[in-house]
Structures are given as C-alpha cells and as structure tokens.
Design a protein around this ligand. Structure first.
Ligand code: SAH
Length: 505
C-alpha cells in the first residue's frame, strides 16, 4: 500500500495569494484536506475534485472537533495510505497547535512535513503599513499569546520583561483580554502614550484597523465595536502607518461589487476590481453554452477556403468557433487567407489564446464598429462568416447583405438563465452590496428576469454601472437607473468609471 503522509501546511492569513508555492503544490496533490476556520475556504478549490474535504472548525467557542480527535483523524487518514493536507491558518507552528499535531504524528510513526505559512501578525503588519521592526524605533519583536491555556490565565507571562525589554509586541488572540494586556503593560513601565494598532481580518477585503495608545485602547475598541479575529501591535512602529498604508486606502477598498457576467468571464473582471481593492462577488445571471445544432457552422468551416472575412464579436464566439474547428479536425491553418475582424481588444485577447492575431479591430467596440471597419475594407461581393450568439442583433448580417456581401451567420452559442438563479435575489436581500455591474444587455435582461418585477425596488439605492450605451439603454428600458457608463466600452474603463464615482461620492 502507498505510504500515507501528512503535510502541515500554513495557509497564510486570508489573502489566498499568501500561501507558499510548496503549500499549494501539496494541496493540489492531496487525497484529503483537513482545514480550520481561519484557513481561507477558497483553497479547497485547489485540491483535486475528488479529494475528501473535512472541516474541523476551531472558531473560538465553536470547536467542531476537539484537538485529540483532529490528531486521531490525521493518523487515521495517513494510515489509509492517503496524502493528507492539513491546512492551518497563518503558520502551523505559531499559536496553531501545529506542534501538538506534529508530535502526535511522530509518536504514531506517521510521516509528516511542515510547510511554513505567512503568520497573521506579519501579514497584518504588512497590510496595515506597520513595519514590525525599523532600526530607528525598535530592534526586537515578541509574538505573544493574549489568550493562554484557559487553565493558566495570562499570569505566566513575564509582564515586566515584555513591557520594557522588547520593542514591538504582537498579541494573538488578545481581544477578550485587552484591559488586562494594556493594564499590565502600563503597570510594568510601558508608556501610556505608546501607539497600538488592532487589525481585524487582516489581508482580506474586510480588513479593519484601529489605532490608539495603550492608554486609550480599551475605550476606543469599545466604541468602535471591533471584534476578533484580530492582531494587536504595540510599539512606536505603529506610527509609520500614516505614511506606509497602501492596502486599505486603495480606491475601491471596502466595496462589495456584484459581477453578473457568466462564470467563465467573471474572473478577469473580478481581478481588475480586486486590484483597486474591491471585493468582487461573482453572481452570474447568464450561462453560455454551445449551440446544439452545429450543422450550419460545420458546413461553413468545411468551406473556409471560400470565405473572405471571419467576424468574431465576443470571446464566446471565439471559443465556440475554435471548438467546432477542432471538432471538424482542422486547425488555425484553415484560416489562411481569411481576414479576421474582431469587435475589440478582449476578443483579440481570446483569439491570441489560439495563436491568432486579428487583421481588423473595431474602434467602436460594438456591432456598429465592426460594420464601420469592414465597410472601410470593402465588402461588396465578399463571403463573410459571422458565427453569432442565438440572440444577437440582426444588424451585422442585415447591413452587410445590404452592402452586397454574402453573409453566413450560423448560431454558434446560446445563453440561458443559470441553474442557481435564485442566488442573486438572496444576495441582494442580504444587503451589503455597494455596486452592481452589467457588462452586456443580456445580463440586464436576465437580471430582471431572475429578480422579477420589483427589480428596481430590490436594487434600491445601490449604484448600477454599465459597460456602454446598449447596456445602458436596456437598463433604462427596465426602469433601472444608470449610475455611470464606461467610455470606451471596456472592462478597464468601467473600473475607472467606478473609481471616479466612488471618489466623488
Ligand atoms: N497560526 C495562526 C494563528 C492562530 S491563533 C497564525 O500563524 O497566524 C488565532 C489568532 O490569530 C486569532 O485570534 C488572531 O489573533 C490571529 N489571526 C489569524 N488570522 C488573522 C487575520 N486574518 N487577521 C487578524 N488576526 C488574525
């Protein structure tokens, strides 16, 4: 039987980008993933689809599995010959009971490896703009538990040495003991004016930071209502935050933005929003699927050598076309001599994935723009292939035919309402949404279809953003108010529009 092994993996503090390359690679090969409350559940997607996923809790007060049972589970799975990824928040050996788990594995004769993670205090400091050491302010650092073994209380800490012997102090799990921590430090000689930062949900879109002094800490925390999980940093370095903060002052920080485009297309837009600090919430209102009748497109592909222009007006069209090209046992060489026209830079990018450069890119990123550029090149007497969406406007085939071209316009892909369509309603009812984005008319139609006639009531005051004039028209037709429209009609411009909107708001 295959030898089992347990990897104790530090998953980092929350931002999924903060796991190590080695940790991620172990996760990708795992048979079983055992994870905690503080490890970002996003990582579960990295494990193989058939890997077993076991949540063992560890939220304060809501322990799911007692530590002994977690230990026993690790041994049991490894003894079945499994590769076990034991994901732990932050670093496994920093207040994570990783030491206990490793000792238990060692004593049970189970192979294990430990993959360090970015511990939450290091990450919280970096993302709050607080260097934990700086030669002008401090030369030493202590990581301290603010919540010791419940039986021991915090009395075993040597407060006198901590208060005066160490430069920067970092407390984990300290929120419940704040009065004691601040009180003991001051009682043992640390100045009441020493700056303190409390950083909650560090590195995530929910990060909150409160700055106080030892003297004002308890009262300020009480007023703000800031809660665990949080890291407490005590020391002069906290003062550097004013100049060094970079994470929570990005233009869209703290904004939850609903992305309605299809699941396949949401990623690139979400990434642009996240770069500006937003939390992008993917809630697709449209699902793209290939046309079930491919005869017309396949026939056109069989006769590609007689085609003068190929028009592609979306990344979906590109994908649908190349899927059929491959199914017809052909490749890009079949496009030799065909002039390829696309609607805009995103479609050109999709084309690049197949090793192709468009000959023509519309300047106005919609059907009108495609017509304009084709007309400049002359279409009279030409044969044009335009694999299109089932519900596409008739404009392109009609105008090109009127200009004397022969147009083949097979349906290449279709769209429908997604299977979990009710989710959008639930998300809106739950509140907390700062903006909704529409990147095509079809998503507006579907949004309204899913939400029903009270769409504008449910949307309420939430600002709605549109990618361009057609999408805006559809919104207005449904009685929705456009907060701002992108110009040009690109995702980048849309994000800029949103940044501008919120900076003025
Ligand atoms: N092994 C973990 C620590 C686990 S102890 C690590 O290395 O980070 C749990 C404590 O970690 C919490 O009470 C809190 O103080 C801190 N913590 C973990 N993740 C955090 C986060 N994203 N933001 C702020 N504090 C966090």
């Amino acid at each position: 039987m295959k030898q089992g092994i347990v990897y104790l993996i530090g998953a980092g503090p929350g931002d999924p980008g903060l796991i190590t390359v080695k940790g991620l690679s172990c996760l990708r090969r795992a048979d079983v993933v055992i994870y905690d409350y503080l490890a970002n559940p996003h990582f579960l997607d990295a494990a193989p689809p058939d890997a077993e996923r076991i949540y063992v809790g560890k939220r304060k007060g809501v322990h799911h599995l007692p530590q002994e049972e977690i230990n026993a589970l690790l041994v049991e799975k490894a003894r079945q010959g499994k590769s076990v990824a034991r994901l732990k928040g932050g670093d496994p050996y920093v207040f994570g009971r990783g030491g206990e788990e490793a000792l238990h594995l060692h004593r049970a004769g189970v192979a294990f490896e430990v993959i360090p993670g970015v511990t939450s205090s290091f990450a919280a400091a970096a993302y709050a703009g607080i260097p934990l050491t700086h030669r002008d302010f401090t030369t030493s650092l202590a990581l301290v538990t603010g919540h010791e073994n419940p039986e021991k209380k915090l009395s075993s800490l040597d407060w006198e040495k901590l208060a005066t012997g160490v430069g920067t102090l970092v407390f984990y799990m300290g929120m419940a003991n704040l009065p004691l921590i601040a009180g003991e430090l001051m009682a043992h000689g640390r100045a009441a004016g020493t700056p303190v930062a409390v950083i909650r949900w560090a590195t995530t879109p929910r990060q909150e930071t409160l700055v106080a002094t030892l003297g004002t800490l308890v009262e300020k925390v009480r007023q703000s209502g800031i809660k665990p999980p949080a890291i407490i940093i005590v020391g002069e370095v906290v003062g550097l935050r004013d100049e060094l903060r970079w994470f929570d002052n990005r233009p869209l920080f703290g904004k939850r933005i609903l992305v309605t485009r299809s699941a396949e297309q949401a990623g690139s837009f979400s990434a642009l929003l996240e770069e500006q600090g937003a939390e992008a919430l993917a809630c697709p209102v449209i699902e793209i699927y290939p046309s079930s009748d491919t005869t017309e497109l396949d026939d056109a592909i069989a006769a590609l050598s007689g085609i003068d222009y190929l028009i592609l007006t979306s990344a979906n069209a590109v994908q649908a076309f190349f899927t059929r090209l491959a199914a017809c046992k052909k490749d890009v060489r079949a496009l030799h001599g065909v002039t390829v026209a696309v609607v805009g830079p995103k479609t050109a990018e999709a084309l690049a994935l197949y090793g192709l450069k468009p000959d023509l890119v519309a300047r106005d990123f919609r059907a009108e723009g495609v017509l304009q550029i084709l007309n400049e090149h002359g279409v009279n007497g030409k044969r044009i292939l335009y694999p299109r969406a089932e519900l596409a406007r008739e404009l392109i085939p009609k105008e090109l035919a009127a200009a004397g071209a022969e147009v083949l316009a097979p349906v290449a892909y279709c769209s429908r309402l997604p299977a979990d369509g009710e989710r959008i309603r639930e998300v809106l009812l739950a509140g907390d949404i700062d903006a909704i984005t529409f990147t095509a008319s079809s998503t507006v139609d579907n949004f309204v279809a899913l939400i029903g006639t009270d769409a504008s009531a449910l949307v309420g005051e939430i600002p709605l953003f549109s990618i361009g004039p057609l999408t805006s028209q559809t919104m207005v037709r449904h009685g929705l108010t456009v907060a701002a429209e992108a110009d040009p009609s690109t995702l980048e411009a849309m994000v800029e529009t949103m940044v501008l909107h919120f900076s003025q708001g």
